[in-house]
Design a binder for this molecule. Structure first.
Ligand SMILES: *[C@@H]1O[C@H](CO)[C@@H](O)[C@H](O)[C@H]1NC(C)=O
Length: 531
């Protein structure tokens, strides 16, 4: 409904254009030879809005007043009042199954803000509730992918593994994939057997096929434990196994469907070494052309066999303390297989504000290093929306008023004209407005702090916008809720809460904070209008 408008030129389209041009010239006239009659200008402006938003196909359901109960906001303990706005989104599968980096939508995402003060009342009356917005996504009902051709493995400490359960639960359950984990308590202490079996049960209860073991050799060092995972997985192979995969405890796969699709392009009966380089050219130059561990290291079974057969020689004197280097060294010593670079896998060796990376619209087959630092992300919350539409996670939609939604990460408002290319000027006609250099949203904004060479990995990039130029509402929380208040079970709607703190005011105090809510639901394409 929303973006079909872009491609379908209905029979009423020419009429609309004529109308539009007429009004445009009326505006031009007023602006140019203007009467400075503010009221009149406003009316003409409104007319244009109506024309733009009606669309050629059928009139939209009119927005109508409604009320919402916002008791669920209470736990956030915002300082009230706040500005509030919400929209229901119904996702429909696109006909192409493609995931565009950016999709243009002709109608605004939100109407006006409503002021909410929960200390007064938890029911708000909203003047205009917009009807649900239909958005196209690659697929809206995929269920778990079949990944029984993959074995994953990692090594970590018992404590780190405990805090990883909820993240693994986002991509591993019910896929048929197995995960082997080598755990220690600390470098000096072995893990407690009881704790191990308790953790295993926790994984199994959540549909994850996880086996937790002690180090193969009690005295194995960090890189040796990592390296031993290859043989561990090779020996655990079965008739379905095609790929064995080394990951870190903070490696995250946003879409197992996309991962499987990518791997269907490679013949698992041939030796393959697949992975991704660090974004930091220095690290590539320093360590070598290798699959960096955090992005994940994929070996086809024949190559895993080669490593397995040379396990002892390769494990003996690791050149560095990094296990992924040991794997590369062994491959380059005993086979002629070279790295195949999959740029969709991400090591993420960049630090600080990574919003430019997450807002890039690029393919994210794996993510890493999102747990660390001040800007750490709650990946299980960001990613929850994938329950509704899988790889719609981090997909981008551009709306009027210079607004871009990066699903699960942020809603961003760019400075006037910077992404629409519309010069501001009088009445947004561009007249009298100064020229603007339009931002290319296909380029990745260098928001991170490091001054490092990333072009081999992240190009094309663009300079960071000035502080405050882009107004960002970042994901604060997400949860499953029921569209039917009487509904049972875990729910059918993913509610996302985007939040922005109010700016500090001169002389103390703060402006109102803002909450933007999106409610995502699976749906069907609306029936074509009658007539
Ligand atoms: C894990 O997978 C293996 C191999 O497919 C299977 O034999 C085993 O029963 C599974 N275990 C659990 C707990 O699902």
């Amino acid at each position: 409904m929303c973006d079909s408008r872009v491609s379908t030129m209905g029979p009423r389209r020419p009429l609309l254009i004529v109308l539009f041009l007429t009004v445009f010239f009326a505006i031009f006239f007023v602006a140019r030879y203007g009467t400075h009659d503010g009221g009149h200008i406003k009316k003409v402006e409104e007319k244009i809005e109506v024309l733009i938003h009606l669309g050629p196909e059928k009139p939209k359901d009119p927005a109508s007043p409604c009320s919402e109960h916002l008791g669920w906001l209470e736990p956030y303990q915002f300082s009230y009042p706040i500005k509030y706005v919400a929209r229901d989104i119904i996702v429909v599968p696109s006909t192409t199954g493609q995931r565009p980096s950016l999709t243009f939508i002709g109608e605004p995402l939100f109407d006006e803000f409503t002021t909410v003060d929960m200390t007064q009342s938890s029911t708000v009356n909203i003047k205009q509730c917009l009807p649900p917005l239909y958005l196209e996504v690659p697929q809206n009902n995929p269920g778990p992918a079949d990944a029984s051709n993959m074995i994953f493995s990692l090594q970590t400490t018992t404590n780190r593994l405990k805090s990883t359960v909820k993240h693994l639960a986002r991509w591993l359950p019910h896929t048929g994939a197995r995960l082997y984990v080598i755990v220690i308590e600390t470098e000096e202490l072995p893990a407690d057997d009881e704790a191990i079996s308790k953790l295993e049960k926790e994984f199994h209860a959540q549909g994850m096929n996880v086996t937790i073991v002690h180090p193969v050799q009690p005295l194995d060092t960090f890189p040796q434990r990592y390296f031993s995972l290859v043989s561990l997985m090779y020996e655990a192979r079965n008739e379905k196994t095609q790929w064995i995969t080394l990951i870190d405890d903070d490696t995250f796969f946003p879409s197992m469907h996309d991962l499987q699709k990518e791997f269907s392009r490679y013949d698992p009966r041939k030796p393959h070494y697949l992975g991704s380089l660090s974004e930091d050219w220095w690290a590539v130059n320093h360590y070598g052309l290798m699959a960096f561990g955090g992005a994940s290291v994929f070996l086809s079974l024949p190559l895993a066999q080669t490593i397995h057969e040379h396990n002892d020689e390769c494990k003996e004197h690791p050149r560095t303390t990094a296990g992924d280097v040991t794997v590369m060294d062994c491959i380059y010593r005993f086979s002629s297989t070279k790295l195949t670079h999959l740029p969709g896998l991400h090591q993420i060796d960049i630090h600080g504000d990574l919003s430019g990376f997450y807002e890039s619209g690029r393919e994210m087959l794996s993510l890493h290093h999102w747990k660390e630092g001040l800007e750490h992300l709650e990946m299980h919350k960001l990613h929850l929306v994938s329950d509704i539409c899988d790889s719609c996670f981090l997909q981008r939609w551009q709306f009027p008023h210079e607004t871009v939604l990066t699903n699960g990460f942020s809603l961003s408002q760019y400075p006037q004209g910077h992404i629409s290319g519309q010069k501001p000027g009088i009445l947004n006609t561009g007249m009298g407005g100064k020229d603007i250099e339009k931002i290319n949203l296909e380029e990745m904004e260098k928001t991170w702090g490091d001054d490092i060479n990333v072009l081999h990995s992240l190009a094309p990039t663009r300079e960071k916008l000035e502080d405050g130029a882009k107004v960002q509402y970042k994901l604060l929380d997400s949860m499953m809720v029921n569209s039917d208040p009487e509904g049972q079970g875990k729910g059918d709607v993913v509610r996302q809460v985007y939040w922005r703190e109010g700016e500090e005011e001169e002389g103390g105090g703060r402006e109102m904070g803002t909450v933007m809510v999106l409610n995502w639901k699976k749906g069907e394409r609306p029936p074509p209008p009658e007539g």
